[in-house]
Design a protein around this ligand. Structure first.
Ligand code: SF4
Ligand code: SF4
Length: 430
């Protein structure tokens, strides 16, 4: 079935003005709790124990199963405990809790000159530095570059199509030179013919300053993309820039897509040896006192991050990691920041008066994956897994669009998400 039967393009209010020009706050928490979690893999090799002294950048754990995923301390100080705590996936997960001595003594980790390094050395370096996709996905970035060939375009995604989020924008605005170093290293790793840096047209000053800095760069170009949702989704962005469609991976059409902050983090590791110990994340929404961007150590609690922005404006709030469309709602703000988190969105809770489905078809018309949410939900009610397969439920990217457009105020995305989980579980059992 072809994807993109839906409109793929809906303008939604971005609310970017809340945070994009506010001052950046640097958070110095008393302690951090670093989750030892990577998707379904929950058995890391833990390299520290309570009482150990660590530095910012000390390796504290590593997953070695399907992918190599090292985890580093984000602060210097003493390991207090290794304990099970609630994770943003709402599962209990092991965390290394470290009291912060606030000296930020750094571990001496290796650096690498991308100009003289081989492609293989760069891939290994990226893997060992624990660089993950920083746009929310958290997938180990090196995997995209391992043994690749025939790459036409390396696409740097600085689109931020979700409402409220401006962290990539701030990283690009603050230190594009370092982002560019990361991009050049990634270009070398991929052997891509061309690099396309995608920025939403709503940021004309950034587009102009980036284009200015690229004037003497061969094969690296800044492209302005329309202000529509979900233009930052990998599949939509590849289509927007190349007019090519793929089945599973962008590499099928000669593309690799990485987020701009990922390039920045990679460059930081290459030039200073520092893995992702802290990151920029947007804290915004209509229920936080001072929306802004915060540089927070990995393992900071959502509570500390939100407090740094003045706290909540009201008691009844909805908090999610990520944006309001694709983010994950958390049930307590004692949950901690991970390397991939680009935002915390805080919204006033509003009573939703859901009414019966009108069969208007709006959810199908707007679905960027060309799905039929109402049929999917019905099939799940009947536990009809064969029908769910036919309806391509696994192609749902949980973009939130069907809920956004539903005039009956039905939580369509949540219902489709449940159907997708049920289908995936039944498939895994087989
Ligand atoms: S959440 Fe899934 S079903 Fe709903 S619009 Fe997005 S991709 Fe389509
Ligand atoms: S948009 Fe809402 S009301 Fe319309 S068909 Fe979909 S679920 Fe029903």
């Amino acid at each position: 079935m072809s994807l993109f039967r839906g409109s793929m393009r809906t303008h939604i209010n971005g609310h970017k003005e809340l945070s994009e020009h506010a001052d950046i706050i640097t958070l110095v928490p008393e302690k951090v709790a670093i989750p030892l979690y990577f998707g379904t893999e929950m058995n890391p090799q833990i390299l520290v124990q309570p009482g150990d002294e660590v530095k910012a950048g000390t390796k504290i754990a590593q997953f070695n199963s399907r992918f190599v995923v090292p985890i580093y301390s984000s602060v210097s100080g003493k390991v207090e405990t290794v304990e099970d705590r609630l994770h943003q996936s709402l599962k209990k997960v092991k965390h290394v809790v470290i009291s912060n001595d606030k000296k930020y003594t750094k571990e001496e980790n290796p650096v690498l000159d991308y100009k003289t390094a081989t492609r293989e050395e760069l891939v290994d370096f990226m893997m060992n530095a624990g660089i993950v996709g920083c746009g929310g996905a958290g997938f180990p970035a090196y995997v995209k570059y391992k043994d690749v060939k025939d790459v036409e375009n390396l696409i740097i995604n600085a689109v931020e199509c979700e409402p409220y989020i401006t962290s990539d924008y701030k990283v690009m605005e603050n230190d594009f030179d370092l982002v560019l170093t990361g991009i050049k290293a990634m270009k070398k790793m991929s052997d891509a013919k061309k690099v396309l840096i995608a920025i939403k047209k709503t940021h004309p000053e950034l587009i102009q300053s980036v284009s200015e800095k690229l004037k003497n760069e061969k094969d690296i170009e800044c492209i302005s993309v329309p202000d529509v949702y979900p233009i930052g989704w990998e599949r939509t962005l590849v289509y927007q820039l190349t007019k090519k469609r793929y089945d599973k991976l962008p590499l099928e059409v000669g593309c690799i897509v990485n987020n701009a902050t990922t390039a920045y983090m990679f460059a930081k590791a290459l030039t200073t040896g520092e893995p992702i110990v802290s990151r920029m994340l947007t804290v915004s929404g209509d229920a936080v006192k001072k929306p802004c961007n915060v540089i927070a150590p990995v393992g900071s609690s959502a509570h500390d991050v939100i407090e740094a922005c003045g706290g909540y404006t009201t008691d009844d709030v909805v908090v999610c990691f990520g944006g309001p469309m694709m983010g994950t709602t958390i049930t307590t703000d004692d949950v901690c920041v991970e390397r991939q988190n680009n935002a915390i969105t805080v919204l006033k809770k509003v009573a939703i008066d859901e009414v019966a489905c009108l069969r208007c078809g709006s959810c199908s018309d707007h679905c960027p994956s060309g799905l039929q949410p109402v049929r999917i939900v019905q099939a799940n009610k009947l536990k009809d897994m064969a029908r769910l397969e036919k309806l391509d439920v696994s192609k749902c990217i949980e973009c939130g669009m069907c809920t956004y457009v539903c005039p009956s105020k039905i939580a369509v995305t949540e219902n489709v998400r449940r159907a997708k989980r049920a289908y995936q579980m039944s498939k895994a059992k087989k």
